[in-house]
Design a protein. Structure first.
Length: 442
C-alpha cells in the first residue's frame, strides 16, 4: 500500500513539472485566457456627428482569475470601462470633433496580468456632412375667401453635401401643411394652403425643414397666403320692360352692364329662359355689357315674362337674375301724326285711319335746282300700316318720292324719304335727295 501511494505521488510530480504548473498536485489549475469577441471595429459618420458606440465582449477562456485593462492609441477613441476583472464588456466610443474628412485608424490594446495582450483594429470613416438643398425658400398662394383651396405647390429637397440626409418638415400654421412630413433626400415636399374659414387678408406662415447632422439645419420656407375678397356680380339693373305691338317691328334692344362689385376677377355666363328673349354675349369678364333683345314676331297681345340668369364661379352672390317683361298691345296707329324731316327741319304729317294712311304732307327742297315746296298726297288706295311698316311710292312731275317707315310703338314712327325732282329748262334736269324723318302721335 505504501509503495503504490509513493508511485502515484512520483507520477504527479513528474507530470506537473513537465507539462504544467500545479498549485496543488491533487487539484491542478489552468491559467486564465483572454478572449475578445472582435478583433476589428468599423465606424462611419459625417463630420460633426459622433457615431453610435460599439462594444467588444471580454471573457476568460481559461482558469483562474482574469484581470484586464484596455487602452487606445488615438485621442478620438474612448473606452469604458478601461479595466476589469473577469468577463466584461468594453464599450468603444468615437468622438469626431476636430477630425478631417477621410479614413482614420486606431488600435485598442487589451492586456491581462501574466498573459499576452490582444489588439482590436479600429477604422473610422469621416464623410462630408449632409446639407439641406431647397428648390425655393418662398411660396405664394392666392385664393378667395369662402372659395376653393388654391392648387398645391411643390418644393424639391436635395442633399447638396455628403453622407445621407434624413429630414423632417413642420409648418407653423393650421392653414399650412407639407407632405411628406419626413424622409431622406432627395424628396419632394407638397405644400398646401387651406382656405377654410379664413377671411380676406394676407397671411404669413413658414415650413421648417430640419436635417440630422446637416451643416445648414434648419432651413425655412416662407409662405404667403393672400385671401382676397370674393368677386360679386354687379348689375346696372335687375328689371327690363319692353313694349311691342302686334304685327309691328320688335322694340329696340336694351343693355345691362355687368360689373364686379367685389374683389378678384369676375368671369360670368348668361342665359335666358324664353324663346322670344335673347341675350348676347352669353359669357364675358367684368366689366362688360349684355345686350337684351326681344322678338315679337307672331306674339299675340298680352304680357310675357322671362328671366336672364347671370352666374359667376366663386362670386359671393351667384347667380343673379334680371326679370324681363314684354307687354304686347294690339296695333292701332289711327290718328294724326306730326314730325320733321332732316331736310332743313321740314315738317311732315300723316293721317291714318283703319291702320291705313289716308294723307301725307311734307316740305322739301331741291337745292341744286333752286326749287322747294310742300307736297300733299291724298290716297285713293290707302297703304296699310297694320304690320307696323309704311311703304309708298308716288311718281309724278316734277317731284317723285318714296316714303318708308317703321312703327316702333303705337306712338312713334321713323323712316326714310327719297325724293327725285325733275325740271325741264332752267339748267336743272334732275335732283335726287334722301332724307330721314320721324313723327309721333299724341
Amino acid at each position: 500500500m505504501t509503495t503504490m501511494l509513493a508511485r502515484r505521488l512520483t507520477l504527479v510530480a513528474v507530470a506537473c513539472g513537465v507539462f504544467t504548473t500545479c498549485s496543488n498536485p491533487e487539484n491542478p489549475e489552468r491559467p486564465p485566457q483572454l478572449v475578445l469577441s472582435a478583433s476589428t471595429l468599423s465606424f462611419a459618420t459625417p463630420a460633426g456627428t459622433d457615431p453610435a458606440a460599439q462594444s467588444v465582449s471580454i471573457s476568460n477562456g481559461g482558469g483562474g482569475t482574469l484581470t484586464w485593462s484596455a487602452s487606445a492609441n488615438q485621442a478620438w477613441l474612448t473606452l469604458a470601462p478601461a479595466s476589469g476583472t473577469g468577463a466584461g464588456t468594453l464599450n468603444v466610443l468615437v468622438f469626431v470633433f476636430g477630425l478631417a474628412t477621410g479614413v482614420h485608424t486606431g488600435t485598442i490594446t487589451v492586456s491581462a496580468t501574466g498573459i499576452a495582450s490582444q489588439t482590436v483594429s479600429v477604422t473610422l470613416a469621416v464623410t462630408q456632412p449632409p446639407t439641406i438643398g431647397l428648390s425655393t425658400t418662398s411660396l405664394t398662394f392666392n385664393a378667395v375667401a369662402g372659395g376653393a383651396n388654391p392648387a398645391s405647390q411643390t418644393v424639391s429637397l436635395t442633399n447638396t453635401g455628403g453622407s445621407t440626409l434624413a429630414w423632417s418638415a413642420i409648418s407653423n400654421n393650421s392653414w399650412l401643411s407639407a407632405q411628406a412630413a419626413s424622409g431622406t433626400a432627395p424628396a419632394t415636399l407638397t405644400v398646401s394652403a387651406t382656405t377654410g374659414s379664413l377671411v380676406a387678408a394676407t397671411y404669413n406662415g413658414s415650413i421648417t425643414v430640419t436635417g440630422t447632422g446637416a451643416t445648414n439645419s434648419p432651413q425655412t420656407i416662407s409662405v404667403t397666403f393672400i385671401v382676397a375678397t370674393p368677386p360679386a356680380i354687379g348689375l346696372s339693373t335687375t328689371t327690363l320692360a319692353f313694349n311691342g305691338n302686334t304685327g309691328a317691328a320688335s322694340p329696340a334692344d336694351q343693355t345691362v352692364t355687368v360689373s364686379n362689385s367685389g374683389g378678384g376677377t369676375l368671369s360670368w355666363t348668361a342665359s335666358d329662359d324664353a324663346s322670344w328673349l335673347t341675350v348676347a354675349p352669353t359669357s364675358g369678364g367684368a366689366p362688360s355689357t349684355i345686350t337684351v333683345s326681344v322678338n315679337t314676331t307672331g306674339l299675340a297681345a298680352g304680357t310675357y315674362t322671362g328671366t336672364i340668369t347671370v352666374s359667376a364661379t366663386g362670386a359671393s352672390n351667384t347667380p343673379r337674375t334680371i326679370g324681363v317683361t314684354l307687354t304686347m298691345s294690339t296695333s292701332n296707329y289711327n290718328g294724326s301724326w306730326s314730325g320733321k324731316t332732316s331736310q332743313s327741319d321740314s315738317a311732315i304729317t300723316l293721317s291714318i285711319s283703319s291702320n291705313a294712311v289716308s294723307q301725307i304732307s311734307f316740305g322739301w327742297q331741291a337745292i341744286n335746282c333752286g326749287a322747294s315746296g310742300r307736297t300733299t298726297v291724298t290716297y285713293t288706295t290707302q297703304p296699310s300700316v297694320a304690320a307696323g311698316t309704311l311703304s309708298s311710292t308716288i311718281n309724278s312731275s316734277p317731284l317723285s318720292f318714296t316714303i318708308a317707315g317703321t312703327f316702333s310703338s303705337n306712338t312713334s314712327v321713323a323712316g326714310t324719304l327719297t325724293l327725285s325732282y325733275s325740271q325741264i329748262g332752267g339748267g336743272c334736269t334732275q335732283s335726287n335727295m334722301a332724307v330721314t324723318w320721324s313723327a309721333t302721335r299724341p
